[in-house]
Design a protein around this ligand. Structure first.
Ligand code: ARG
Length: 462
């Protein structure tokens, strides 16, 4: 990489060169070079608009367009030669354009600042990532929904406080994640819409530009809904990034909960799920181990996603209007979250697609204990008991069964009599009876679960 102060974009004002330590701190190229396609797209739109509006000569517009095509080809081929003075991707593209197109290249930055340029690039980059991630989350939700469809009749204990509470259908349990993921997908879509609402290009450095530019034309060409109405907001606002990072962090929380559940469920203690060899790893020392690494990493990655959200907000908070170099740090957080989801979503989707749920282990856990305690109390209520009295009597019977070391379904008439339940005919206390006793919409009764899955299918359009 050759140093050349002559090509430094802002060299005119400076008699001396930057210190190496400052340059190392100040250069954002290692982070922002990945935005080259978006930067070139922004420059194309800007140059076309300048030409159409007669702000730069037609011939220069053509030379710029040809130069940008060449730069794009170099970038795509990995053949673009960066030089030491390339402070960021915007500088690199303009420097190369000037090498290729001479003074035409030097006209590209007419009526433009890197402040509106970078704000535009980052929104375009974010919109693309949000769209891809929304689709990936939709796919994960569909895989989850397919598993739910296959397990309407599979029963397992539902838990509160990780204590067995009441039987549920596995379809219902998986359905809970489907709905979280549907909302995650919608949040990512909304983040994309927010990113593309207002195009910053044409805001200039902060106050607008002194040429009759057509902001609607560039906004439209780049896929924005409109030109941003306030140039200060255009260069200083970063809340569309926050929207994406918030959506990513919340998705991360959901994937973390799913990851934890798969770790616990795949343990020998539970045995509710068997994870595929393709998404687990062995131990270097313990020959018997098959570790649920993908699930554990899904559990852990949330930490980065939440930190990325907090990091972005921390950089922007307290900044005076308009652009400050602090804002260069925004991309660190944004790209970290994007990269994290790029890694995580396919792995979680694959892990789930290949997971085998163990209906027998689930059913064994759902029968014979105390999951039917509420159903017994509800039965008494239907016989006319006040619920609180029923609750107390069943609680006493549960205590007697616990002391005797058996489940509620094995209670003796002596135990029932002692609990104040003499003469009460017990209803069926199976898991199947328990789930079908749930009559309310949104509950685990078959009719409502089937309706729920159909609604989820419609929401996913899959
Ligand atoms: N690399 C800078 C960023 O990412 C581009 C904008 C520079 N603007 C400036 N006034 N120095 O924010």
């Amino acid at each position: 990489m050759a140093g050349d102060d002559a090509v430094r974009l802002w060299g005119g004002r400076f008699a001396g060169s930057p210190d190496a330590a400052f340059q190392a701190l100040n250069n954002s190229l290692p982070v922002d070079r990945r935005m080259w396609r978006h930067d070139i797209a922004g420059s194309r739109a800007h140059a076309r608009m300048l030409t159409t509006g007669g702000i730069i000569p037609e011939a220069d517009g053509q030379a710029i367009a040809a130069g940008l095509d060449a730069i794009e080809a170099e970038m795509a081929a990995g053949a673009f030669a960066f030089v030491e003075s390339d402070e960021d991707i915007h500088t690199a593209v303009e420097r190369r354009l000037t090498e290729l197109a001479g003074d035409a290249g030097r006209r590209l930055h007419t009526g433009r600042s890197r402040n509106d340029q970078v704000a535009t690039d980052v929104l375009l980059y974010l919109a693309e990532a949000a769209e891809a991630h929304a689709a990936a989350v939709g796919e994960l939700a569909t895989v989850m929904l397919d598993a739910a469809d296959a397990h309407v009749e599979t029963l397992l204990p539902g838990y509160t406080h990780l204590q067995r509470a009441q039987p549920v259908r596995l379809a219902h349990h998986l359905g809970a994640y489907v709905w979280m993921l549907v909302r995650d997908r919608d949040r990512l879509r909304a983040a994309r819409t927010a990113a593309l609402a207002h195009c910053p290009l044409g805001s200039g450095a902060l106050s607008g530009v002194g040429f009759p530019i057509d902001r609607d034309a560039t906004a439209r060409e780049l896929g924005f809904a409109a030109a941003g109405p306030n140039s200060l907001d255009g260069v200083a606002g970063r809340d569309a990034l926050a929207d994406y990072l918030h959506a990513a962090a919340t998705l991360g929380v959901h994937l973390s909960r799913l990851g934890e559940e798969l770790v616990v469920w795949s343990s020998d203690e539970f045995g509710f799920v068997h994870l595929s060899d393709a998404f687990t790893s062995g131990s270097s020392m313990l020959p018997q181990k098959k570790n649920p690494d993908a699930a554990e990493l899904a559990r852990a990655k949330v930490s980065r996603l939440v930190a990325d959200y907090a990091g972005l907000q921390g950089v922007v908070a307290g900044l005076p209007l308009a652009y400050n170099k602090d804002l260069q740090e925004d991309k660190h957080f944004l790209f970290d979250a994007i990269d994290t989801l790029d890694l995580l979503l396919p792995a979680v989707t694959g892990m789930l697609r290949e997971a085998r749920f163990d209906a027998d282990a689930m059913s064994a856990a759902a029968e014979g204990g105390f999951l039917a305690a509420t159903d017994l109390a509800d039965h008494l209520v239907r016989l006319g008991w006040p619920f609180r009295r029923a609750h107390e009597a069943v609680g006493a019977l549960v205590r007697a069964c616990v002391d005797a070391g058996h489940g509620l379904d094995a209670s003796t008439s002596a135990q029932r009599e002692a609990a104040g339940l003499a003469g009460v005919d017990l209803p069926p206390l199976t898991a199947a009876a328990g789930v079908e006793a749930k009559l309310s919409a949104g509950g685990t009764g078959r009719r409502h679960v089937v309706a729920q899955l159909a609604a989820a299918r419609a929401a996913l359009g899959s």
